[in-house]
Ligand binder design. Structure first.
Ligand SMILES: Cc1cc2nc3c(=O)[nH]c(=O)nc-3n(C[C@H](O)[C@H](O)[C@H](O)COP(=O)(O)OP(=O)(O)OC[C@H]3O[C@@H](n4cnc5c(N)ncnc54)[C@H](O)[C@@H]3O)c2cc1C
Length: 272
């Protein structure tokens, strides 16, 4: 059985699969199923330039990436760091969000003639840094089963318990301030923080990989320590979140698990 229901769906399935034999949930003798949820809180900052940046040219995506402040420097007051991604900002709908929800700009006049001026000023003239934060694995951040809320099949919904840590908050703030500096140094006539979000859509760490069955859920092949014919192939197996987008690593681990299963198909133990 190979489960890839993402960092929230997978622990939910395992916790729902409690039985007389696995009273704490399937593959949960360590008690770590659902624990150590990491969400990569992220932020962004934008700058407006006089130059026509032609940011509509080419594919929308990561035009430039910086890991300059990625490694730990304790003098900053926190550990770990962030990946910066320089992105284009798109058309009017995207702009509305940047102006209307931005820090400082959300209180400025926005509609009427001001709207036209802001759009003319920013479309094709804006660059944005997206900042991905390395969230630390903390057992106080976790997924459990909701005691009352259910899905359309009457099955328990997942309940998310998550508080952005002091380390993550300080890290994001430091990086957003540096990103504003970089936009201004590059010649932006105006720069501001456009977003701070609790999650970037990356759900990681809730079924930790490791060698020791007492402190992890799956082994290095994504195989559950407690249930030899159960494999997990999503971001739930991450031990740390890193400060980068996770999907390439999820794919690499899934391929590694698939290769392991194929190579060992004849010897696979099947739990009775
Ligand atoms: C807005 C957004 C932007 C993103 N951008 C990036 C990016 O730029 N780069 C990057 O690396 N990553 C990005 N990600 C993260 C990326 O989408 C995930 O890392 C990736 O989809 C994980 O793949 P997965 O197969 O593990 O999980 P998923 O793609 O989530 O697939 C899991 C599947 O399991 C199904 N499922 C769950 N529970 C059950 C159940 N009980 N029964 C049946 N099916 C179930 C779900 O419906 C889903 O189809 C982004 C995510 C979001 C939300």
């Amino acid at each position: 059985v190979i489960v890839g229901a993402n960092g929230i769906g997978t622990p939910r399935l395992l916790l729902m699969s409690a039985s007389e034999r696995f009273q704490n949930g399937l593959a949960n003798s360590s008690g770590l199923v659902g624990k150590r949820l990491m969400l990569h809180p992220h932020g962004s900052s934008a700058g407006i330039f006089d130059d026509d940046l032609e940011d509509w040219v080419g594919p929308a995506g990561e035009q430039l990436v910086s890991l300059q402040f990625y490694e730990t420097d304790k003098s900053r007051g926190f550990v770990r760091g962030c990946k910066w991604i320089l992105m284009c900002t798109g058309g009017p709908q995207q702009m509305v969000e940047r102006w209307d929800k931005g820090e400082g700009t959300r209180d400025e006049p926005f509609w009427g003639t001001e709207f036209t001026r802001k759009m003319q000023d920013s479309i094709g003239h804006m660059m944005e840094w997206q900042i991905i934060n390395e969230d630390l694995p903390e057992e106080t951040n976790y997924v459990s089963l909701d005691p009352t809320l259910t899905d359309s099949d009457g099955l328990p919904a997942p309940k998310i318990h998550y508080r952005t840590s002091e380390n993550t908050r300080l890290m994001l703030d430091f990086h957003l301030q540096r990103s504003l500096e970089s936009l201004r140094e590059a010649g932006a006539k105006k720069a501001w923080i456009t977003r701070r979000r609790v999650s970037s859509g990356h759900n990681l760490g809730t079924c930790k990989m490791g060698n020791d069955p007492e402190t992890s859920v799956v082994n290095r092949w994504g195989q559950a320590h407690d249930v030899p014919n159960l494999y997990l192939i999503d971001g739930s197996v991450f031990t740390t979140s890193t400060g980068v987008n996770p999907t390439a690593t999820i794919c690499a681990l899934a391929k590694r698990t698939a290769t392991y299963i194929a190579d060992n198909a004849r010897q696979l133990e099947v739990a009775s």
